[in-house]
Design a protein around this ligand. Structure first.
Ligand code: IMP
Length: 430
C-alpha cells in the first residue's frame, strides 16, 4: 500500500508538474493535498503543452484517477475552465477527477480580500499570487469557510452565505474601503457551480484509503515548496498551507504509515517569486541571464522569478523537515555552457559561519552565502536520458548535490518534455 510523495523542496516552481506527469505512468491515483490555483504546473508531452493550476498532473495517463484532497482550496471557476480546456483538446476527464467534499471553496470575496490586504500591507506586501489563497485558509481556520459539500446542499447554502457576507462585507468596506460583494451574485455563481461540479464531489479520503488498502500506487502531488510552508517556511513570506510532508496526512486523510517514499524536487539552481529572504539571490547579469535562458516567469502570474545559485543550507533544512528518500534534480540543462557553477554550502551570520537555516526572517536576511565553485560543462546535458550522456562535470555537480542534500538523486530532468528525463531508478513499484 505505497503512497509516494513528490514535494517541492525549495520555494516552489521546481518543475513538479513534469515530474508528476512522468511518474504517473505507474500510478493508479494522483492526489493533490494542499494549496490551490496559486500553483502553476506545466506539462509537455505527446499531447501538447499544458499549464495546470488545480487539476492534478496525472490526468494524461488514462489509468489514473485524479483527486483533489480536503487540504486543497478550490476556485470552482478555475477548475471548470481547466476541465473545459482539456475537453476542447479531446480529453473528457470528468470520470477520472474527484474533489473532496471537505475541500474549501475560494469565493469571489476571497480574491477581493487578497488584493485589498496586499494593498494595505504596502511595503511589507507578501507578493501573493492574488488568487484568494490566504483569505480562504483564514476563513477555514476561523470556521467561516464554505466547502465543496455545501454545493451539494445548495438551498442550505444561502443563509450561510448571507451571514458570512454580513461580516465579510463589513471588513471589505469599513476596514479596506472596498466595494461590497452582492450576496445574490455570489449565490447565483454557487448554483452554477453546484450544477456542474456536483457529480465530481465525493469522498476522496475514503477512495484514497481504500485504494491504498488494495495495494494501489498513490502519487501525492505537492504544490509550492517547503520554504513556502506556513509553519516551516520563511514566515511571513509564505503561503497559507503546508506543502511539507505533514500536509499530506492532514490534506488527504492518509496516515503517515502509508507513505513509503518522499521525493524532494530541487531545481539545479534556486528561484523565488514574491518577497522574502533569498540568501543566494543573484541581482546581477548572471541572474538575469539564467532568468532569460530558463524563461523564469511565473505560470500563474507571469511575474519574473528571482534567481540564485543552489542553496544547500536551505536544501538540508528542507530535507530534515520532509525526510526525503530520493531527490529529483530538475532544469540541469539550464546550467549548460556556464564556465563555473556555484553552490552555497554555509552562511555567514553576524560574523559566524553557520549551517543552520534560521527561523526568523530578519536573521535570514542577514545571512551571506558562502559559495563553493564547480567547473562548468561545455557539452550539453539537454535532452539526455541516461547518466552516461551527461558530461563528467555535470555528473560531479549532481553527485555533490546528492552529498549535500543527503539522499540519492534518482531522477534528473534535462528538458521540459516528458522524454527528457534521466530515470536513475524506477521509483514507483510495478
Ligand atoms: P499565495 O500562496 O498566493 O498567498 O502567495 C504567498 C507566497 O507564496 C508568494 O510569495 C507567492 O509568490 C508564493 N507562491 C504561492 N504559490 C506559489 C507557487 O506555486 N510557486 C512559487 N511561489 C508560490
Amino acid at each position: 500500500m505505497p503512497a509516494y510523495a513528490v514535494l517541492g523542496a525549495q520555494w516552489g516552481d521546481e518543475g513538479k508538474g513534469k515530474i508528476i506527469d512522468v511518474l504517473s505512468r505507474d500510478a493508479d491515483i494522483v492526489a493533490r493535498f494542499s494549496g490551490g490555483n496559486n500553483a502553476g504546473h506545466t506539462v509537455v508531452n505527446g499531447q501538447g503543452k499544458f499549464s495546470f493550476h488545480i487539476v492534478p498532473c496525472g490526468i494524461f495517463w488514462p489509468q489514473t484517477m485524479n483527486v483533489i484532497g480536503n487540504g486543497v482550496v478550490v476556485d470552482p471557476d478555475v477548475l471548470l475552465d481547466e476541465i473545459d480546456g482539456l475537453k476542447e483538446q479531446g480529453m473528457d476527464v470528468a470520470d477520472r477527477l474527484m474533489v473532496s467534499e471537505r475541500a474549501h471553496l475560494i469565493m469571489p470575496y476571497h480574491v477581493a480580500l487578497d488584493a485589498l490586504t496586499e494593498q494595505a500591507r504596502g511595503k511589507s506586501a507578501i507578493g501573493t499570487t492574488g488568487k484568494g489563497i490566504g483569505p480562504t485558509y483564514a476563513d477555514k481556520a476561523a470556521r467561516t469557510g464554505l466547502r465543496a459539500a455545501d454545493l451539494l446542499d445548495i438551498e442550505a447554502l444561502y443563509p450561510r452565505l448571507e451571514s458570512i457576507l454580513e461580516y465579510t462585507n463589513a471588513v471589505i468596506t469599513k476596514v479596506y474601503g472596498g466595494d461590497a460583494v452582492d450576496v445574490d451574485d455570489v449565490y447565483a455563481k454557487c448554483r452554477q457551480w453546484s450544477e456542474r461540479l456536483s457529480p465530481l464531489i465525493g469522498p476522496v479520503e475514503r477512495i484514497v484509503n481504500d485504494a491504498l488498502s488494495a495495494g494501489a500506487n498513490v502519487l501525492l502531488e505537492g504544490a509550492q515548496g517547503a520554504l513556502l510552508d506556513l509553519d516551516h517556511g520563511t514566515y511571513p513570506f509564505v503561503t497559507s498551507s503546508n506543502p511539507t510532508i505533514g500536509g499530506v496526512s492532514v490534506g488527504l486523510g492518509v496516515h503517515p504509515g502509508h507513505i513509503s517514499d518522499v521525493m524532494g524536487v530541487f531545481k539545479a539552481y534556486s528561484t523565488r517569486v514574491g518577497t522574502g529572504p533569498f540568501p543566494t539571490e543573484l541581482n546581477d547579469d548572471t541572474g538575469a541571464h539564467i532568468r532569460e535562458l530558463a524563461q523564469e516567469f511565473g505560470v500563474t502570474t507571469g511575474r519574473p522569478r528571482r534567481v540564485g545559485w543552489f542553496d544547500a543550507v536551505a536544501a538540508r533544512y528542507s530535507s530534515q523537515v520532509n525526510g526525503y528518500t530520493s531527490a529529483i534534480v530538475t532544469r540541469l540543462d539550464v546550467l549548460d555552457g556556464f564556465d563555473s557553477v556555484k553552490v552555497c554550502t554555509a552562511y555567514e551570520l553576524d560574523g559566524e559561519i553557520t549551517q543552520e537555516f534560521p527561523g526568523g526572517v530578519a536573521a535570514l536576511e542577514r545571512c551571506k552565502p558562502i559559495f563553493e565553485d564547480h567547473e562548468g560543462w561545455d557539452s550539453p546535458t539537454a535532452s539526455a536520458t541516461t547518466l552516461e550522456e551527461l558530461p563528467k562535470q555535470a555528473r560531479t555537480y549532481v553527485q555533490r548535490l546528492e552529498e549535500l542534500i543527503g539522499c540519492p538523486v534518482d531522477v534528473i530532468s534535462t528538458g521540459p518534455h516528458r522524454d527528457e528525463t534521466v530515470l536513475v531508478k524506477r521509483l514507483l513499484k510495478v
